[in-house]
Every structure is written in C-alpha cells, then in structure tokens.
Design a binder for this molecule. Structure first.
Ligand code: ADP
Length: 256
C-alpha cells in the first residue's frame, strides 16, 4: 500500500466559465483535486463535464478563471506526461485496425519522451509493466480491433499508465462495456488508486457505480451543484427524495 500525501493539491480550477459561441456551458466552477484522490464528476448529458475536463487538460481555454496544475499556472505548465487522459469513446475500433496492443501502449511513451525520439528498451519495459498492471500482457501481439470493448478499455488505461502519470482523467470509460467487464474495470481503477496512489478523475453518469467507488463527488450541471463525499451525496439525495422535491441532484440520480 502506497503512502500518499492527500494534502497536496495537484489540480486547482478557480472560477471557470466557458461558452461555445453564445452558449454558456460552464459558469464559475471552482474545484480542487488532491494527490491520491479519486474524484467522480457526475451530471446529466450536456452538462459540461467533458468541456470541464478539456479545460483542465489545456485543450480548451476558459473565458474566465484560472487553472493550476501541480502548483503551476496552466499557461506555463509543460510536464504533460504527469497527466494521463483516456478520452470518451476511445474504444471504437473496427477489427481491421492495424495496431497491435503493444504498439498502442507504446504510444503512451511519447508523452514522456516527445514525438520524434527513438523508443528504447526502457520504453518496452514500461509498456510491458503497464500491460501487466491491467492484466493484458498476454494479449500484446493481438490486434487492438480484435479485442472486446472491456479489453480495449484496459489497453487504453495501459497506454495512459505507460507514460507514468501521476493523475489519470477518464471520460465515461465504461460506455458500451458489458456489466462484468465494468465491474472488473472499476476493480482495476480501485487497485491503481489504492495501491499505486494514482490520482483519478472519472467523468460518468453512472451514479450508482460511481458513488460506490470514488472518494469525492462533484456534480456539474453547468455550475458546480455539489462537491461532497459519496455518503453525503446519497444521504442528501435520499432526504430530498423523501421530501418529494425534484431538484437537480435527483435528476442525475434518475438518469442512467
Ligand atoms: P457532458 O460531457 O456533460 O455531456 P459536454 O461538455 O460534452 O457535456 O457538452 C456541454 C454542452 O456543450 C452540450 O450542450 C454540447 O452540445 C455543447 N458542445 C460540446 N462540444 C461542443 C462544440 N465543440 N461546439 C459547440 N457546442 C459544443
């Protein structure tokens, strides 16, 4: 078991607002993620969750507000290898996709080394280690398109892990994956968080699963509706349900 300094802030978003044209998608969102955290970001479709992740990753620039990564303003941040990203619908391969599992995971090393460096023995070692961590080493020579959705998802986690990041962002990682593979996938994330001390930020609308797995919940519906523990979140939505009120928190709860 890894000893992790949970007091260290690694991601800070302060007063983030963002619009696509005239359409304001995010309004004044402030959030911190500490080292070793496992944060679930929940909220209905179209609520701005993916947009928020993209802002944290520097892929979109907020209209206002600040992002600091590992204590540095995002405009000065260069150590992008410290952050892994598994985007939405990463697993959409047809069976003829020409890369093998090993080649796909090796791509994760470029975040560490830059795109035009030669890959070394060390890269192969880290690639194999990452495949071992997700229990996919025996599939390394298989074509990625031949695998099931759940297996592909493990390979994408391995690709993120191969760059040895300190935090991984995952956007709806279990979409289109069968129930059993989903359970195994969450068990894998739990292991990476608890045993390796890896910080995880998971976007999902599967509230039932997320509340069982994560340490903190952030509900985003254009604004930050709540930021709390899963226990508090469930208690709150229950009491609201008893009161018979229909508020935003409960709208999330009914959406699957
Ligand atoms: P979520 O991840 O919560 O489903 P998104 O961040 O993907 O929400 O989208 C938030 C809103 O912004 C949605 O209404 C979506 O249609 C809109 N949107 C997303 N991406 C774009 C884009 N590139 N251009 C214009 N509108 C967009």
């Amino acid at each position: 078991m890894q000893i992790t300094d949970h007091t260290k802030t690694i991601i800070e978003a302060e007063g983030i607002s963002f619009s696509y044209g005239d359409d304001e998608v995010l309004k004044d969102i402030s959030l911190e993620v500490h080292k070793g955290d496992y944060l679930g970001i929940i909220g209905p479709n179209g609520a701005g969750k993916t947009t928020f992740l993209k802002i944290l990753l520097g892929l979109l620039k907020p209209a206002s507000g600040k992002v600091r990564l590992f204590g540095q303003d995002i405009s000065e941040f260069k150590d992008w290898w410290r952050i892994g990203y598994v985007p939405q619908k990463a697993t959409n391969f047809d069976a003829n996709f020409p890369s093998t599992v090993e080649e796909t995971v090796l791509m994760g090393r470029y975040s560490r080394k830059g795109l035009f460096r030669r890959l070394s023995k060390e890269d192969i070692q880290f690639t194999e280690q990452a495949l071992k961590q997700v229990e996919m080493l025996e599939y390394k020579d298989r074509l990625i398109g031949e695998l099931s959705g759940g297996q592909q998802q493990r390979v994408f986690i391995a690709r993120a892990l191969a760059g040895q990041p300190e935090v991984i962002f995952l956007d709806e990682p279990t979409t289109g994956i069968d129930e059993k593979s989903q359970q195994e996938f969450y068990a894998l994330l739990r292991k990476l968080n608890r045993e390796l001390g890896l910080t995880l930020v998971l976007v999902s609308h599967d509230i039932e699963m997320v509340t069982k797995e994560v340490m903190h919940i952030a509900c985003i519906d254009h604004t930050l509706v709540c930021h709390t523990s899963p226990e508090e979140y469930l208690k709150e939505s229950e009491s609201i349900s008893i009161a018979g009120q229909k508020v935003k928190i409960m709208e999330h709860h009914h959406r699957h």
